[in-house]
Ligand binder design. Structure first.
Ligand SMILES: NC(=O)c1ccc[n+]([C@@H]2O[C@H](COP(=O)([O-])OP(=O)(O)OC[C@H]3O[C@@H](n4cnc5c(N)ncnc54)[C@H](OP(=O)(O)O)[C@@H]3O)[C@@H](O)[C@H]2O)c1
Length: 272
C-alpha cells in the first residue's frame, strides 16, 4: 500500500507542484485547497482525492480534520503548506489576525486535531516556512497577533518564524513517539504568492524579474525530498532546511522557552 500524503495549499504553486511530483513517485496524494475550481482541476489531473478548507475559518479546519480522519486510517505525511502574505491588518471571524491564523494557527490546529492518527502512523509533518522568518520575524509572545507595529511583512515573517518554533516544539513533544517533522524554505518561487498583498514583496513576483525566480517544481524540491527520504538518516527532525541543507534561522528560534510558550498560547487560542 502506498503512503498517504496530505498536502495543504495543493491547489496552486508549490503545493500543486509537490502533489504532481509525489503522485509521480507513487504516493497516494490527498489535496487540500481553498478554491473549489482550482483544487478540483488538480484532483482531476492527478486522479486523487481532494478536500476544501478556508484557513481563515477555524470551523472549516475542524471539518477538514474530521473528513481526513474519516477517510484515511493512515496518514504518513502531513505537509502544512497553505499560506501567504496579505494586506492591512485584518481580523478573521475567529477573532485572530489573518496572517497569524492562516499561516500558523490553522496548521497548528489541523496538526493537533490529527495528532493521534499522525502518531499512530509514525508520520512526518512538513511545514512550509520562509526565509522571511529571519528577515522580518520579531515575535512578541504577548503580542502574537501584531497589535503593535503591524505590517504585512512583519506579520508574515512572524508567522513563518512561528512555523519553525512549532516544528521544534512538535519534535520535542512527540519525538519519542516516532513522529518526525521539519520546516523548510522553498526559495523565491514564481507562484501566485503575494498577489493579494499590499506588501512591496508583490512587485518582485509581478515584475519582469519574476522570470528569474524558481519554478514551482524547483520550489517543491525540498518538500518532496523531506517527504521521500529517511528522517534520522537524511535529515534531522525538528530542523529547518533550505535547498536540502540545514538553514540559518532567526535568533529567536534558539529559544525553546519561546517555542513552548507559543505552543501553549496557540492551544489556548484555538480552543477559546
Ligand atoms: N513563492 C515563494 O517565493 C515563497 C517563498 C517562501 C515561502 N513560501 C510559502 O510557500 C507556501 C505556498 O505558497 P505558494 O508560493 O505556492 O503560493 P500560491 O501559489 O499563492 O499558493 C498558496 C496556496 O495556499 C492556499 N491558501 C492561501 N490562503 C488560504 C486560506 N485562507 N485557506 C486555505 N488555503 C489557503 C491557496 O489556496 P487557493 O489557491 O485554493 O486559494 C494555495 O493553494 C506558503 O506557505 C508560502 O508562504 C512561498
Amino acid at each position: 500500500m502506498s503512503e498517504t500524503v496530505v498536502i495543504t495549499g495543493a491547489s496552486d504553486g508549490i503545493g500543486a507542484a509537490a502533489a504532481r511530483a509525489l503522485t509521480a513517485a507513487g504516493k497516494r496524494v490527498v489535496l487540500v485547497g481553498r478554491s473549489r475550481e482550482k483544487t478540483a482541476a488538480i484532483a482531476r489531473e492527478l486522479h486523487v482525492d481532494h478536500f476544501l478548507a478556508d484557513f481563515s475559518r477555524l470551523d472549516q479546519v475542524h471539518r477538514l480534520a474530521r473528513e481526513l480522519l474519516e477517510h484515511y486510517p493512515q496518514i504518513d505525511v502531513l505537509a502544512n503548506n497553505a499560506g501567504g502574505i496579505f494586506g492591512g491588518r485584518e481580523i478573521t471571524v475567529d477573532g485572530h489576525e489573518l496572517t497569524f491564523q492562516v499561516n500558523h494557527l490553522a496548521p497548528f490546529l489541523l496538526t493537533t486535531l490529527l495528532m493521534d492518527r499522525l502518531v499512530h502512523s509514525q508520520a512526518r509533518v512538513i511545514n512550509t516556512s520562509s526565509v522571511a522568518n529571519t528577515t522580518y520575524g520579531r515575535l512578541e509572545v504577548d503580542d502574537l497577533e501584531t497589535l503593535e507595529g503591524y505590517s504585512p511583512n512583519r506579520a508574515y515573517g512572524n508567522s513563518k518564524l512561528a512555523n519553525i518554533l512549532f516544528t521544534q516544539e512538535l519534535a520535542r513533544r512527540f519525538g519519542d513517539t516516532g513522529l518526525t517533522t521539519a520546516a523548510f524554505h522553498p526559495g523565491i518561487v514564481r507562484t501566485n504568492f503575494a498577489s493579494g498583498s499590499t506588501s512591496p514583496m508583490r512587485m518582485l513576483y509581478r515584475s519582469a524579474l519574476s522570470g528569474l525566480l524558481l519554478s514551482p517544481e524547483k520550489g517543491a524540491d525540498t518538500l518532496v525530498w523531506l517527504a521521500t527520504t529517511q528522517p534520522g538518516v537524511d535529515w534531522v527532525s525538528g530542523e529547518y532546511y533550505v535547498r536540502r541543507k540545514l538553514g540559518r534561522v532567526n535568533v529567536q528560534a534558539d529559544d525553546p522557552e519561546l517555542a513552548r510558550q507559543l505552543w501553549e498560547r496557540s492551544a489556548q487560542l484555538v480552543t477559546a
